[in-house]
Design a protein around this ligand. Sequence first.
Ligand SMILES: Cc1ncc(C[n+]2csc(CCOP(=O)(O)OP(=O)(O)O)c2C)c(N)n1
Ligand SMILES: [Mg+2]
Length: 318
Amino acid sequence: MDKQLAAQLLEKMLICRKFEESVQYYFSLGMIHGTTHLGIGEEASAAGSCLALDRNDAMYATHRGHSAAICKGVDVKRMMAEIFGKATGVCKGHGGSMHIADAACGAMGSNGIVGPSAALACGSAFAFKNQGKKNCAAAFLGDGAMNEGVVHEAMNLASVWNLPVLFLCINNQYGMSTHISKVMKNTDIAARAKAYDMKSVTVDGNDAYAVFEAVSGARKTAVENSEPFLVVMNSYRISGHSKSDGNQYRTKEEIQHWKQLDPIRLFKEKALSEGTLTSPEILDIEKRAESLISESVQFAIDSPFPGVEDIYEDVYSE
Ligand SMILES: Cc1ncc(C[n+]2csc(CCOP(=O)(O)OP(=O)(O)O)c2C)c(N)n1
Ligand SMILES: [Mg+2]
């Protein structure tokens, strides 16, 4: 593995992990409101995917979208401020955890509705194609979303219209408390691509480098041939579904098993054993990630809330 890429992947994953641990902490103190969906344990899928994309590619995230937004290049301080609901937030504090967007870096938005990222990505891909741009649109999806009608419509449309869309499915094996085996007879999600005459690949979603390679390859195919591609990343969310998850539907042993497969831990071990990164280099990356997150939290706490007079700004429905 290339040293620079390894350092980037590790730094992004650490920023995501520390970002979400901070969100969890300040949520518990009542300083963050609403709800939040953490993707602790899924950082390799977000980092590997987003680092394989071009800055101008369009990326649509899910309700569990913090890591994807960070890895696509959203400013971390302004993102933290957004989650705190502050005026300095990337959406002026009006969006919050599930509506992080910054079109300047191709982060087209997270979505509280399960599935539409797939359809929205078709729109961006259609635009890229018509404008003759060598870009693609990527839609993150969960395993649960793969059973939504809109996702099948989008995959079909992308296929018949030859649109450069990457369907990036993070299979964390659960849709809320429902295990994938209860809602799919065939749990090989990539097999679904065949129905749309679409290429697909399944990869270990806890291996950031493997994800990077798989998505880089898929992107190349999608952009060069103008065609969609399904990438399935098998992973696990160590955190609960949302802030109010009692973990009644899975055993402590199962969670413990997946903690052993923590993508950050595995990545560090591999980088050290292969000699790609040294211990001091890893420590340095950890320190940088930690200070970025402390600065971001301070920035968010110190920032003002938006004024009541701005409440109707950026509202497009009546
Ligand atoms: C259309 C729609 N149906 C139901 C919900 C409620 N809901 C929110 S998250 C979620 C589970 C989604 O599971 P998955 O797609 O696997 O994503 P994960 O939460 O595992 O990341 C559900 C059912 C919703 N937000 N939107
Ligand atoms: Mg899921």
